[in-house]
Design a protein around this ligand. Structure first.
Ligand SMILES: [Mg+2]
Length: 240
């Protein structure tokens, strides 16, 4: 029997980490009130994700790189994620991390967790010699305002119709991308969005829940893809 090919796409902030690291950095180093207002504007769709990050960077007048690194080093990836990476490797499940946050802290946190080399796509963040923050968006797509790093495009580029795709996420930047996958694991904002839009999903607390459910799915005789996801992917493949 042909082995099923499973691909897993995972959000970073609030999913692999328990806290949203990007937001935490701006709350710590930016103007608290301004940061709150900018994030509210994002969540009420008044501004795009890219605009949100640009405004957040502008809200920080100066950042000390050593203090920034020290702050990031206090945070961790969820230990159940490290276990999940092993599970995926053992079962030949391909994983791609899709983050609407920044390489700066993802590299640092992955290195610390022994996960350097894990495939990921994100936006880029630099601190210049004057302590000014600058963001770049190499995977920006004007048609996808909810994520400055267009997660949907990465899913299309990394999967084919033969694959069973899984999405794992928690928030705003996952809303569009998750809809292109056959199985969705959602918590917090993404779970609320899926419920409201009547998109079927599995709730989760941590990656142990996800690992158990995937084991169950893999062993199913008839594993069915989500029809709405198939239609969305089809139209995306045809548009290419
Ligand atoms: Mg998130």
């Amino acid at each position: 029997m042909k082995r099923r090919k499973i691909k897993v796409f995972v959000d970073f902030d609030g999913t692999i980490t328990l806290e949203d690291v990007g937001e935490a950095i701006f709350r710590r180093f930016g103007n608290a009130e301004q940061v709150k207002r900018i994030i509210e504007d994002l969540l009420s769709d008044k501004i795009s994700s890219r605009q949100c990050w640009d405004e957040l960077c502008d809200s920080v007048n100066f950042i000390n790189k050593y203090e920034l690194d020290e702050f990031i080093d206090l945070l961790d990836v969820d230990p159940s994620f490290i276990q999940f990476v092993k599970f995926c490797n053992q079962n030949e499940i391909e994983m791609v991390v899709l983050s609407d946050g920044f390489d700066y802290y993802i590299d640092r946190l992955f290195n610390k967790a022994g996960l350097a080399g894990l495939k990921y796509y994100s936006n880029k963040l630099f601190v210049d010699s004057k302590g000014i923050l600058k963001a770049e968006y190499p995977y920006f797509d004007v048609d996808s305002p909810t994520s400055a790093n267009c997660k949907k495009n990465h899913i299309i580029n990394h999967s084919s119709e033969d694959d069973y795709t899984i999405y794992i996420g928690d928030g705003n930047s996952d809303k569009e991308a998750a809809q292109y996958c056959d199985f969705i694991f959602a918590k917090d904002g993404l779970a609320r969005f899926c419920s409201m839009e009547r998109i079927s999903f599995y709730p989760f607390n941590n990656f142990i829940d996800i690992q158990n459910k995937i084991t169950e799915l893999v062993n199913k005789k008839n594993l069915r893809k989500r029809h709405q996801a198939q239609l969305k992917r089809k139209s995306a493949y045809m548009a290419e």
